[in-house]
Ligand binder design. Sequence first.
Ligand code: PMP
Length: 441
Amino acid sequence: KTNFRNFVMGVDAKIPLINGRFVTAINFDNAATTPPFLSTLQQINNFSPWYSSIHRGTGYKSQFSSNLYEKCRNTVGNFVGADMHTHTVIFVKNTTEAINKLSYRLCKTNKKCVVLSTCMEHHSNDLPWRDKYDVDYIAVDHLGKLSLEDLEYKLKKYKDHIALVTITGISNVTGYKNPIYKIARLVHKYHAKILVDGAQLIPHAPFHMNPIDSPEHIDYLAFSAHKMYAPFGIGVLIGPESTFEEDAPEYSGGGTVDMVTHDFIRWAQPPHKEESGTPNIIGVIALSSAIHTLKMIGMENIEKYENSLTTYALQKLKKISGIQLYGNPDDCTDRVSIIPFNIADIPHEMVATILSYEAGIAVRNGCFCAQPYIQELLNINSHEIEERIKDSTAHHPGMVRISFGLYNHYDEIDMFMTMLEKIITNKAYYLKKYSDIHINI
Ligand code: PMP
């Protein structure tokens, strides 16, 4: 057992099952959101005497919180190894907003026409590019792993027309960890730039943007605080300051300007230009606090522990007949914390419901905002997809996903496995019981 269980909020919450019995909730949905650290909530509390708006106030509290906010910016930048002389750390709402913001900015300043995305992206690192660029997708192999051969082929094919290569650090479906430094080296060899979607990577493994004179540096990075033990509503976009210097920001208004007359505007320097209106000061303080705790535990330790949980769970899952696993269940080396699966003959949404109402185990099911990747992994051809688009009542294909956090335990995995075996052994019973059940909490 690790000692991290008491680090997070709500792990001992008791929840009701369908039979009325109360059990301790098991949360295997950490890829969606992690519970916040207790120390982070305490830090928010500690800030309460200084609660005030930042940057334009001369009051003591405002000066104090402005300094704290900027100090947190450094903490965040340093945590991911950003070069704070060349790069700017912009606070946003979440990864989705960060990527949208970058897509808006790049299409204003970078006239190249192609963005290379991949077949394993979350919709948030796919859709924002589609209306602004010609997007081509780097292929994945039959196990869902990114093809570096296809990446190089496409880098050669589009050459000087590539505005950006945008790739997830870790897939939120298979947990595959992409070799981002190797990819960055390749991308820079072809004089292109790289964005890493760090939503899953930053909370689960060590990461460094690397100095900009290194061929393995990461040009842009986006991530969300709510997946790294801080609360909702704060995210980060990091990139070269020069990217954000020219022209108007996406959202203009208070905080984005140095000087305004009725017919003249001088925009503020990034990051302020990109943080319009009053920012989420509490969110920034919370994120910085969560980073202190993550650093104290050690990202290497977190990756190692979560990898051992993943290996343990995969070994058990492989032994249960009737479980369909996705990705390579025999290779856990580049895989972090996430396992997708299906049970033969039981729809994914029913499996998730049974786990919740019979055992208090929270998992996620469906397509995890990565429909094209799920279509690849499930081998659904374009004809079937077209048919499903026409028929709005068709059952949506998908999977069940378990994803671990640093506070999960082997014995929780054991309880989960026991429940899975029970479901498979008593398939007919559960199918009947849950076929017409609609449960509202
Ligand atoms: N990218 C990946 C890989 C993700 O897992 C997620 C969240 N599921 C996102 C982007 C979007 O993050 P957010 O909802 O915090 O914007």
